[in-house]
Design a protein around this ligand. Structure first.
Ligand code: ATP
Ligand code: MG
Ligand code: FE
Length: 353
């Protein structure tokens, strides 16, 4: 029977219902609008909004699916990592439904959900096989992950300061663009020349595949300072935006190249997270995958950003892997909300303590 999944880790309140095979029966994603005016996600406001929105979002999703609540066979929600308030609201809502209907509840790791999205049935003509390299680049995350199997992940590298999306947002803010800044910055960059402004490419060429963006951000600030944000001529802003974006592309391709060297058996290069919406970054990574002779896999944008379909799919993958390993679901993952929950703490089904 179908599974109902909930996502509330940040500022998306989302619900999805999937068939046991992973077909999407219904889906709703609500991006909370109040945060833009405040220049970023305010955790307490987000949590209260999740609480207010969830009953309607779940009801709306059930209605779209044509199913009655009693026909749902399992419930899933992210219990981490993320903002604690949202985690508590979303996971307790799903747990409450599971207890009321006497169905299993599955605690899903939000990063694992991003990591497994590429395997959603029907997205690509070919199966995405293990192991693959995942580049997770969003507002809160910037990591190179070796995806070796369900519950089996190795972090090859990550950011030592800002996440990629955070860097886009901060630079966009300095350029006087709104929040979230990524899309606006990409648009402005089209008017500029990417070789106009000399900017650093942090950690490029260095061993491993860690990221750093704070030096780049500071260098951008130094370029803007002589003008002041209000008096920044648009052509200058466009040149800075284009040059910044070029740097991020170069750094990402370089870091991904190093990550592939650490995972030579990678079957494909998969990108996820909101920053994967960026056309220039997609092009740079596609070229790199071509060089390495492996497919470049970029899920459609609505599955790159936060959504509940990926949560339901990760839960289904976990259920199937548990069945395959002869492990009971309740012997699996602890269900208490965990603001920090690194993928490296996941345990592959069959290996539970
Ligand atoms: P999490 O890390 O928990 O998923 P999040 O909700 O911030 O957090 P997403 O919703 O996946 O992450 O992505 C949002 C981020 O993606 C923002 O930082 C935004 O600026 C960035 N982004 C979106 N579109 C683009 C784009 N075209 N170019 C660059 N960055 C972009
Ligand atoms: Mg978001
Ligand atoms: Fe996310």
């Amino acid at each position: 029977s179908p599974i109902l999944a909930i996502e509330t880790t940040c500022d998306e309140t989302a619900c999805a219902i999937l068939s046991p095979e992973g077909a999407i029966l219904a889906e709703t994603v609500h991006t909370q609008s109040g945060h833009a005016a405040l220049g970023g996600v305010v955790p307490e406001i987000a949590a209260r909004a999740h609480l207010a929105l969830l009953p309607d979002i779940v009801a709306e999703t059930l209605e779209k699916s044509g199913l009655a609540l009693a026909e749902i066979g399992a419930f899933a929600a992210c219990t981490g990592p993320g903002l604690i308030g949202g985690l508590i609201v979303g996971s307790n809502y799903a747990k409450g439904l599971a207890v009321a209907l006497d169905r299993p509840f599955l605690a899903v790791n939000h990063i694992e959900a991003h990591a497994l999205t590429a395997r959603l049935p029907g997205l690509f003509a070919h199966d995405i096989k293990f192991p693959y390299l995942l580049l997770l680049v969003s507002g809160g995350h910037c990591q190179c992950i070796a995806v070796k199997g369900i519950g089996n992940y190795e972090k090859l590298g990550g950011t030592i300061d800002d996440a990629a999306g955070e860097a886009f947002d901060k630079v966009a803010k300095m350029l006087g663009l709104g929040w979230p800044g990524g899309p606006a910055l990409e648009k402005l960059a089209r008017e500029g020349r990417s070789d106009a402004v000399a900017l650093p490419r942090p950690l490029m060429g260095r061993e491993g595949c860690d990221f750093s963006f704070s030096g780049l951000k500071t260098a951008v600030a130094r370029q803007i300072a002589p003008y002041g944000m209000e008096a920044l001529p648009r052509p200058v802003a466009a040149d800075i935006a284009a040059s910044f974006q070029r740097c991020v592309c170069d750094v990402m391709a370089d870091r991904a190249r190093h990550a592939l060297a650490l995972l030579p058996e990678a079957q494909s290069l998969v990108v996820a997270g909101g920053v994967a919406a960026n056309g220039a970054i997609r092009t740079a990574l596609e070229a790199l995958a071509g060089e390495a002779g492996i497919p470049f896999v970029a899920p459609p944008l609505r599955f790159c950003t936060d959504n509940a379909v990926m949560v339901g799919w990760a839960a289904l993958e976990t259920i199937r892997a548990c069945q395959g390993a002869g492990q009971a679901l309740e012997d699996g993952i602890p269900t208490a909300p965990r603001p920090r929950w690194p993928l490296t703490e996941m345990v592959p089904p069959g290996n539970a303590m």
